[in-house]
Write a new protein. Structure first.
Length: 1037
C-alpha cells in the first residue's frame, strides 16, 4: 500500500497507519564535464591530502604514513601469461588531475576525491581504492603516482587491448555525492582508427593513452534528501530496519558484496544519451548509501545525488520479505520505459510490511502420542525464499516454534540420529487472518534393521562390510544409512553388525563393499516387508568367489625386492597407507597459499633444512623474512573414511562481509567438496551454488589426508627407454645419520631425493630437480606424530614448485587438531546448504555437453536450508533425458531456410556461403544475455570481415522485419541477419534452432568450408573454432 502526501517529520512520527510519499523541490541545472575537458594544471593553494595505496600493503604505522611515500616504479609486473597466469597483470604509475566545481561553476574546496580500480578479481587482498585526496581552494586536485591495475587478456581468439578501468568520485559536506563516468587507461600509443575490440569509435576516443594527460573533472550539486517511516500492517514501528540505496544485499547470497545499480539519469540542463552508472558505489562511504530506522521506524538520507536512479532495499529482518524497488531522486522519469518511482529532491518513502505469524508445530509419536523432542522442523516456502523464522528444534514438550509469513509451506521434520523415526514431509498453510497457528505433526516410526555379515565357512563375524538397498519399485542401489536424515556410509563393527533405521516398506539389502564379498553368491538378500517400530534381523553368510582376479583377493603385502627402499620400510609405508585410507578421520589445518611471489627459494630451503625435523617451524617468521606481503591463512577441515572424502574450506573473512552461520550458530564453510564414492558434490558460498556430478571429477582437487603426508607408491612400474619393463634395482646413494636416512637416485635430467625419519619411517623431504639446492619440486614434513590406531601424520607440510626458475606456488599446511573416530558421526559427510542456494545438477548431463552448452544441467533454488546435500540428491534422482539425434562435428549442416533474410537496410537475399566459414549466432532481442553478447558479436564481424567468413544473426521466430531492422540500425549491426521460421514442434524458438538442437539462447554454431558442422555451443568457444578453421585454410594455401 502506497500513498502520496505532503507532510513533515513531526507528522511522520505521529502517524501510525498511513504510507506517505512526497516529491518536492526545484529542478537545478547540472554541469557535467566530459572526459576530454581541458583544465590548466595548477598546484596553487593548499597542498592536497593524498593517500596512494599499493596492493596488499597498508601500513598500520601512522608515523610511516606521514612520511613522504617512496615513489613506485613506472611499471610493476605482478603476473604473466607466460608464467601460467590467466592474464597479464601489471601496475602502471599514472597521475590523475581534475577540478571540482558546483553546478554554478564555482570551485569547491575540501571535497574528498576518490580513485578506484574497476579491474577487480586479481587478488583477494587487492585494494581497489587506489588513491584519495582533497581539493584546494581552487577546486583543483591531484592524485599523483597512482598505481592503476592493467590487465592484458590473452586472445580469445580476438585480441584485446591492455587497459586499466578506473572511476573517480567525490563527496563534500552540503552537497550530494557525485561521480564521473568510468575511465580507461591504455598503456599504448593512440591508434589512428578504432580499437578492434571496442564497441564503437566513442570508446577509443574517450580512453586515455600512453603519455596523455589524465584529467577528470567533477561537478557537485545540492543534495537530494529522502526520509520515511517503516511499520508493519498493525501500525507498529519496525526499528533497526536496514534501508539501502544503490548497493543492496543479495537475498540469495548474503556472503556476496551485493547487487548494485546507481545511475545518473540527466536532466534538461544536463542531458545524457544513456544513464551514467556509478560503478564504484561499493567504495562510497557506507553512511551515504545505507542507514537503519530508529525506535520510531524513522530513517533519512541527506547527501544523495539529484536526478539519479537507485536500486533500493528496505529490510526489517530475516523473518520478513524485504521490499525491493527502484527510486529516482527526480520530479519525474523522462524515459517511460524505466520503472523508477520518482521521489523528488526532498522526498518521502514509507512502507508497511506484513508481519510474520507465530506457528507452533506440535510433534508427537504417531502411535503413542508422546511428545518428541530434538526434532528439526523446517518450513520451505512454496514460491519465495525465506531467511529466518523457518527453522526450529522441538523442545521437551515437542513444540517447535516458527515465525512464518502467510502462505503455503512444505514442512520437513528431521529426527535426531539416535531417534528411530522417519524423515517426514507434509504441507502447512498460514492464513493472513490469524496471528497464531498450532499445527500437529505425528512422527512415523522407522523400521529397525540389524544387518549381520558372517563367514559362511567359519561362522565368524566379518567387520568393515557396507550395504546398499533396493526397493520393490526400483533396482537403483542406494547406500544404507544408520538413520533416515543423513547419508553416513556405515560399516559392520567387530561383531559384523550394523543397526540402521529405514523407511518402512519393501526393501532388499545388498553387500556393497568390499568387492570380494559384493560378488559372493549370497550377497543379495531377499525382498523384505519392513514395518515401522519393529526390529528385523538380516544375516548374510558370505564366501568370497573363486573367479575374482588375484589382485582383488590378495591381502598380504609383499615388498618389492628391486625397490630402492628396504623391505621393512616398504611394509611400514604400506601399513600407513592402509591406515590413512581406512581410519575415520577429521583433521583441522591452517593452510597458506603464496602464488608467484619473488621469494629466494634457495635461501629459504637452506634455512628450512637446518631446522630440527621433529619440531613445527615458525612459518610466519620465516616467510616474512623472504617476502613482505601480509600472510593470509585459511582453515581447512579434511574428513575421510575409505573412499569418502570431504574438504571444508574457511577463507580469511573480508572486512565488512558477514560471517554466515547455520541454524545451530555454526559458521558455514566458504567452500565444501565431497566425494561420496558415487557422486562428486561441491558447494561455494561465493555464488551460493551447489554442483552435483555423477562421478569423481579428477580436474577438481579434493583435499585428503594425502595432502598432509607422503607414503611413496611402491608398485610403480619402471620401463626402459625402449619401453620394456625394467626389473633391475636402480642405482641409489644412501647416507645415514642418527635421526634420518637419505636416498638419492639420479638420471641424466634430474635427481630425486627422499629423507626418511629413522624412528617413524615418515618422509621428511621429497624433492627432485636438476639442482637439489633449488629443486623444481619439494615437499618438507615436520614433527611426525603418532595418533590412536597407529596412524602417523606430520604436523607441518611445506611444498613449492618452480617454473622457469621462479616460484609458481608455495603451500603450507599446519595441523591443528586430529580426531580419530571408532565410528564416524552420522552427519560427518552431511553438507548443509543455506536458503537461496542454487543446485546445478550435472548427473544427467555429460561435462562435455555442459561446457559446450549443448545441454543445460537441471537447476533449482532452495527456498529454505537443506540439512544434507547427498540425502536430498538421493531423494531426488537425476532425470533421464531421452536420447535425441544431436548434431555432431563432421555431420552435414542442416540447410539454412529462415523465414526472411534481413540487414539493417531491410530485406535481403541469402548470403553466399560456399567455401566459407559460417558462424551462426542464435539470439533474440528480448533475451538479456543475447543483448549483453552483442558487442562481442559486432567485434567478431569486424575482425573477420576481410576473410572468407560469414556471420549470421539468426533471430528467433517471434519478431517482424520492421522491428528487427530498426533494432539493427539502433545497435549498428552491419552483419547478415535472419528471422527464423516458426518451429514445427512445440518448445523451440524456431525451426532452424530445432534442426540445430538449440534448446536455449544465446548459442552459436559453426559450419566449416565443406558445409559440415564444426561446433555447436557457446559463442566464445565458437570463435575459437572459427579462428582455427580460418588459420587452417590460410596455412594450406
Amino acid at each position: 500500500m502506497s500513498q502520496f502526501r505532503v507532510t513533515s517529520k513531526e507528522s511522520l512520527l505521529t502517524s501510525s497507519r498511513q504510507l506517505l510519499w512526497i516529491s518536492t523541490g526545484l529542478v537545478l541545472s547540472l554541469y557535467y564535464s566530459s572526459l576530454t575537458a581541458a583544465e590548466p594544471q595548477s598546484v596553487r593553494g593548499n597542498t592536497p591530502l593524498q593517500l596512494a595505496l599499493k596492493p596488499e600493503q597498508v601500513s598500520k604505522d601512522k608515523s610511516k604514513q606521514q612520511s613522504p611515500p617512496q615513489r613506485p616504479p613506472k611499471v610493476e609486473i605482478l603476473q604473466t601469461i607466460a608464467e601460467g597466469a590467466v592474464h597479464d597483470v601489471e601496475l602502471h604509475r599514472v597521475t590523475v588531475t581534475g577540478t571540482a566545481r558546483t553546478v554554478e561553476g564555482k570551485p569547491l574546496k575540501n571535497a574528498e576525491i576518490y580513485l578506484t580500480s574497476e579491474n577487480w578479481g586479481f587478488s583477494r587482498n587487492f585494494n581497489p581504492l587506489r588513491g584519495k585526496t582533497r581539493t584546494d581552494a581552487t577546486g583543483y586536485f591531484e592524485l599523483k603516482d597512482i598505481q592503476l591495475l592493467v590487465t592484458r587478456e590473452r586472445p580469445n581468439p580476438i585480441p584485446k587491448q591492455a587497459e586499466a578501468r578506473f572511476a573517480v568520485f567525490g563527496t563534500c559536506a552540503g552537497y550530494g555525492f557525485t561521480w564521473h563516468a568510468s575511465c580507461r587507461y591504455r598503456p599504448a600509443v593512440r591508434p589512428q582508427g578504432t580499437e578492434i575490440s571496442d564497441k564503437n569509435t566513442q570508446e577509443t576516443a574517450r580512453a586515455f593513452y600512453l603519455n596523455e594527460p589524465i584529467q577528470v573533472d567533477l561537478t557537485f550539486d545540492r543534495p537530494a534528501k529522502l526520509q520515511g517511516l517503516i511499520m508493519d500492517k498493525q501500525g507498529r514501528p519496525l526499528p533497526h530496519t536496514k534501508v539501502q540505496l544503490g548497493l543492496i544485499d543479495s537475498l540469495r547470497n548474503p556472503k556476496s558484496s551485493g547487487t548494485w545499480s546507481c545511475q545518473f539519469l540527466g536532466n534538461e540542463n544536463q542531458p545524457v544519451k544513456t544513464p551514467v552508472a556509478f560503478s564504484a558505489i561499493r567504495l562510497l562511504p557506507a553512511e551515504l548509501r545505507e542507514t537503519y530506522t530508529n525506535a520510531d521506524g524513522y530513517y533519512e538520507f541527506t547527501q544523495l545525488r539529484r536526478d539519479t536512479s537507485y536500486l533500493t532495499n528496505i529490510d526489517p529482518g530475516p523473518a520478513f520479505d524485504p521490499w525491493h524497488l527502484r527510486i529516482a531522486t527526480a520530479e519525474k522519469v523522462m524515459d517511460q520505459n524505466r520503472r523508477e518511482i520518482p521521489v523528488g529532491y526532498d522526498g518521502l518513502l514509507s512502507h508497511e510490511f506484513v508481519a510474520p505469524r507465530l506457528v507452533n508445530v506440535q510433534i508427537t509419536h504417531e502411535k503413542t502420542g508422546q511428545p518428541v523432542s530434538d526434532v528439526l522442523v523446517t518450513a520451505h516456502p512454496a514460491r519465495q525464499q525465506r531467511r529466518g523464522g523457518i527453522q526450529s528444534r522441538s523442545d521437551s514438550q515437542g513444540n517447535a516454534r516458527l515465525q512464518l509469513l502467510p502462505g503455503e509451506y512444505k514442512l520437513i521434520a528431521e529426527p535426531a540420529p539416535n531417534q528411530p523415526f522417519c524423515f517426514q514431509s507434509g504441507k502447512l498453510a498460514v492464513s493472513e487472518k490469524t496471528d497464531e497457528v498450532v499445527h500437529p505433526l505425528k512422527l512415523k516410526p522407522a523400521a529397525i534393521v540389524i544387518l549381520k555379515a558372517v563367514n559362511a565357512e567359519t561362522g565368524k563375524p566379518i567387520p568393515n562390510v557396507s550395504f546398499n538397498y533396493e526397493t520393490d519399485s526400483s533396482s537403483r542401489p542406494l547406500p544404507v544409512s544408520t538413520q533416515t536424515v543423513f547419508v553416513d556410509y556405515p560399516q559392520t563393527n567387530a561383531a559384523g553388525e550394523i543397526q540402521v533405521f529405514v523407511v518402512p516398506g519393501k526393501k532388499r539389502f545388498v553387500v556393497a563393499e568390499p568387492l570380494t564379498l559384493a560378488q559372493a553368491e549370497a550377497s543379495r538378500g531377499e525382498l523384505l516387508q519392513l514395518k515401522g517400530g519393529e526390529v528385523t534381523k538380516v544375516r548374510f553368510e558370505l564366501t568370497p568367489p573363486q573367479f575374482l582376479p588375484a589382485h582383488l583377493v590378495q591381502r598380504e603385502f609383499k615388498p618389492n625386492p628391486n625397490h630402492i627402499f628396504p623391505a621393512e620400510l616398504q611394509i611400514k609405508w604400506h601399513a600407513q597407507s592402509e591406515l590413512a585410507q581406512q581410519t575415520p578421520l577429521r583433521i583441522t589445518t591452517d593452510r597458506l597459499l603464496l602464488s608467484r611471489k619473488p621469494i629466494d627459494t634457495r635461501a629459504l630451503l637452506k634455512e628450512l633444512r637446518a631446522l630440527p625435523p621433529d619440531q613445527v617451524p615458525d612459518i610466519d617468521r620465516l616467510l616474512m623474512k623472504y617476502q613482505s606481503d601480509q600472510l593470509v591463512w585459511s582453515k581447512l577441515i579434511l574428513t575421510s573414511e575409505r573412499n569418502h572424502f570431504r574438504e571444508d574450506h574457511f577463507y580469511s573473512p573480508k572486512p565488512g562481509r558477514p560471517q554466515i552461520v547455520d541454524f545451530e550458530g555454526k559458521p558455514v564453510p566458504d567452500s565444501i567438496q565431497l566425494y561420496t564414492g558415487w557422486d562428486s558434490l561441491a558447494y561455494h558460498i561465493g555464488n551460493n551454488q551447489a554442483d552435483a556430478y555423477q562421478e569423481r571429477r579428477r580436474w577438481l582437487h579434493l583435499g585428503t589426508v594425502k595432502d598432509l603426508c607422503e607414503w611413496p607408491y611402491l608398485q610403480r612400474i619402471r620401463r626402459t627407454a625402449s619401453g620394456k619393463l625394467n626389473l633391475e634395482k636402480p642405482d641409489v646413494k644412501i647416507s645415514k645419520s642418527d635421526k634420518t636416512t637419505t636416498y638419492e637416485t639420479a638420471s641424466s635430467a634430474r635427481t630425486r631425493r627422499y629423507v626418511i625419519d629413522n624412528q617413524t619411517g615418515c618422509v621428511l623431504e621429497s624433492s627432485y630437480g636438476a639442482d637439489l639446492e633449488n629443486p623444481d619440486r619439494i615437499d618438507l614434513y615436520f614433527a611426525p606424530t603418532t595418533y590412536p590406531g597407529g596412524l602417523i601424520l606430520p604436523r607441518a607440510h611445506l611444498s613449492w614448485n618452480m617454473y622457469r626458475g621462479k616460484l609458481r606456488m608455495l603451500t603450507v599446511y599446519l595441523v591443528k587438531n586430529v580426531e580419530v573416530f571408532s565410528q564416524m558421526p552420522a552427519d560427518a559427510f552431511a553438507v548443509s546448504l543455506p536458503a537461496g542456494a542454487t543446485l546445478v545438477d550435472y548427473r544427467s548431463v555429460s561435462l562435455a555437453e555442459a561446457r559446450s552448452g549443448r545441454r543445460r544441467p537441471e537447476q533449482h533454488i532452495f527456498s529454505a536450508p537443506i540439512s544434507d546435500f547427498a540425502a536430498y540428491l538421493q531423494r531426488h534422482p537425476p532425470k533421464i533425458h531421452q536420447q535425441d539425434n544431436q548434431l555432431q562435428p563432421g555431420m552435414p549442416a542442416p540447410e539454412l531456410k529462415p523465414a526472411q533474410w534481413v540487414t539493417s537496410e531491410g530485406k535481403s537475399g541469402p548470403p553466399d556461403l560456399k567455401g566459407k566459414v559460417v558462424l551462426i549466432e542464435f539470439w533474440g532481442t528480448r533475451c538479456g544475455p543475447c543483448l549483453s553478447q552483442l558487442p562481442e558479436v559486432r567485434t567478431a564481424a569486424r575482425y573477420y570481415a576481410d576473410q572468407p567468413f560469414v556471420l549470421i544473426g539468426m533471430h528467433d521466430s517471434y519478431i517482424n522485419i520492421s522491428d528487427l531492422q530498426k533494432f539493427a540500425q539502433k545497435e549498428n549491426l552491419k552483419y547478415q541477419l535472419a528471422i527464423d521460421r516458426p518451429a514445427t514442434e512445440k518448445g523451440w524458438f524456431g525451426e532452424t534452432m530445432r534442426q540445430y538442437d538449440i534448446h536455449g539462447i544465446p548459442k552459436a554454431a559453426v559450419i566449416d568450408q565443406q558445409g559440415n558442422i564444426a561446433f555447436v555451443g557457446y559463442f566464445k568457444e565458437a570463435l575459437k573454432t572459427v579462428d582455427r578453421l580460418l588459420k587452417k585454410e590460410t596455412s594450406s594455401q
